[in-house]
Ligand binder design. Structure first.
Ligand code: PLP
Length: 449
């Protein structure tokens, strides 16, 4: 085969060829083993090559891989919808399938809009979201995304939906309690709704635990309930983007459950198909969906939506989550991992913050822990540490962004099947990589007494 690659993605791809996956590990063609410390892009929640899931996918392949949803109902799609409803909080009881996260976000927004129309609220069209945030890269989802490097090339083509600051309280140097800080950030939504004109605001979209753009940002508890109240006050629909957090990643099926919140609409993808097939879902209450169906139906849909092969895989993934008790494992192992990451702060003064929920965790590198001043961009920390870990057989996920400034954060989000011994293995490679990074760029080790 020629050396030239005819493929292109974000950049040229210097990576080795993938050979196979097994549990939390991936192997390249030379036989080198990698711990998948970020589940790919926070996708492979049940680990790689799960034999029971593969068996169920093959069984469905032998029956039918595709039956268009307007021509047939299928058992896999009906069963996956029923299972999804059973696993989500009461009040979320209708499901619309898609093939990925961006599609799910856009579908949720269009569902919200059509619901508003059934209520005679045709002026409602603005969707408020947060900055930083990531909701996808198709035009609609990108407009709701607060991440400049991805927005800038397309800025003139975006509508410019309103944004409020994400609750990055770890950067605040005020004297407020965490509870007061949470409320302070929630009030930003109220202010924005009033500034935009409450009758024009359709929905508020948020990641309950931030993903790639913020590095596992968790808001103070007070934030979540107050946001729900503000949405209710103005009849604004609350959409939770659980593309990354959903399907057990944070130690509950939905992250919303940590705070007892029932959003009006939830979107799922990554862990929902868990890397076995492209799959996503919009889950909403029938109080939203029924009026739309009564009024003639949802004016939206994708060709591959709800295909039986993807749904059989999704169902097998959810069954695996249950049978192996993986959501509880994510909660337990999340505590172990978080303790280990916090302990790094004793050795590495350049780790400024450790945060997360369940097995969605992150740490952030800074030049000064007190001021949270970021590392100099020329150090390219977000790239170098990932490379040093990769060389040592550990895959982690990084981004450089923090509000408007440059900050390097790293997501550690292994498959939910991970064991305590495997976390120790992961941490040992991570410490090695941090040591190598510190030596390379001349950062001190050990926090001065
Ligand atoms: N929403 C969130 C929270 C995400 O993390 C992502 C992907 O990273 C998306 C939406 C977009 O999903 P996709 O890349 O499948 O379109």
């Amino acid at each position: 085969m020629s050396e030239e690659s005819y493929l292109f993605y974000q950049s040229r791809n210097p990576r080795p060829f993938l050979d196979r996956g097994e549990g939390i590990y991936l192997f390249d063609e030379s036989g080198k083993r990698y711990i998948d410390g970020s589940s790919g892009a926070m996708v492979s929640n049940i680990g790689h090559s799960n034999p029971r899931v593969l068996e169920k996918i093959k069984a469905q392949m032998d029956r039918a891989t595709f039956g268009y949803r307007l021509h047939f109902r299928t058992h896999p799609s009906e069963d996956l919808a029923a299972k999804t409803v059973a696993m989500t909080p009461d009040g979320l009881d209708r499901v619309f399938f898609v093939s990925g996260g961006s599609e799910a976000v856009e579908s949720a927004v269009k569902l919200a809009r059509q619901y508003a129309l059934t209520q005679g609220q045709s002026d409602r069209y603005k969707v408020i979201s947060r900055f930083p945030s990531y909701h996808g890269c198709t035009f609609g989802a990108l407009d709701l995304t607060g991440y400049d490097p991805l927005r800038e090339p397309f800025a003139p083509m975006l509508e410019g939906m309103p944004k409020i600051a994400a609750p990055a309280t770890y950067l605040d140097r005020d004297n407020l309690s965490e509870e007061a800080r949470g409320l302070k950030y929630a009030e930003l939504l109220r202010d924005k709704i009033l500034a935009e004109g409450p009758d024009s605001v359709l929905a508020f979209l948020m990641e309950p635990v931030g993903g790639a753009s913020t590095g596992a940002l968790v808001a103070p508890d007070s934030y979540y309930g107050r946001i729900r109240e503000i949405c209710d006050e103005f009849g604004v629909l609350l959409i939770y983007d659980e593309v990354m957090t959903g399907a057990g990643r944070t130690g509950k099926f939905l992250a919303a459950e940590h705070w007892g919140i029932t959003p009006d609409i939830v979107v799922l993808s990554k862990g929902f198909g868990a890397g076995y097939v492209p799959l996503g879902a919009v889950v909403a209450g029938k109080r939203l969906v029924e009026p739309i169906l009564d009024a003639g139906g949802f004016a939206h849909g994708f060709t591959y939506a709800g295909n039986p092969l993807a749904c059989a895989a999704g169902l097998a993934v959810l069954e695996e989550l249950e049978d192996q008790n993986l959501i509880a494992n994510a909660a337990t192992m999340g505590v172990v991992l978080m303790d280990e990451l916090r302990a790094l702060m004793d050795r590495y003064p350049f780790i400024g913050d450790v945060r997360g929920k369940g097995l969605l965790t992150a740490f952030e590198l800074v030049s000064d822990r007190d001021t949270m001043e970021p590392l100099e961009p020329r150090l390219n920390a977000y790239d170098r540490l990932v490379e040093l870990a990769y060389e040592r057989g550990l895959i982690i996920y990084s981004r450089r962004t923090r509000g408007g400034t440059a900050g390097d954060h790293f997501l550690i989000a292994p498959p939910l099947i991970i064991t305590e011994a495997q976390i120790a293995e992961l941490m040992s490679i991570l410490r090695d990589s941090l040591d190598a990074f510190a030596a390379e760029v001349g950062l001190p080790l050990e926090v001065a007494a």
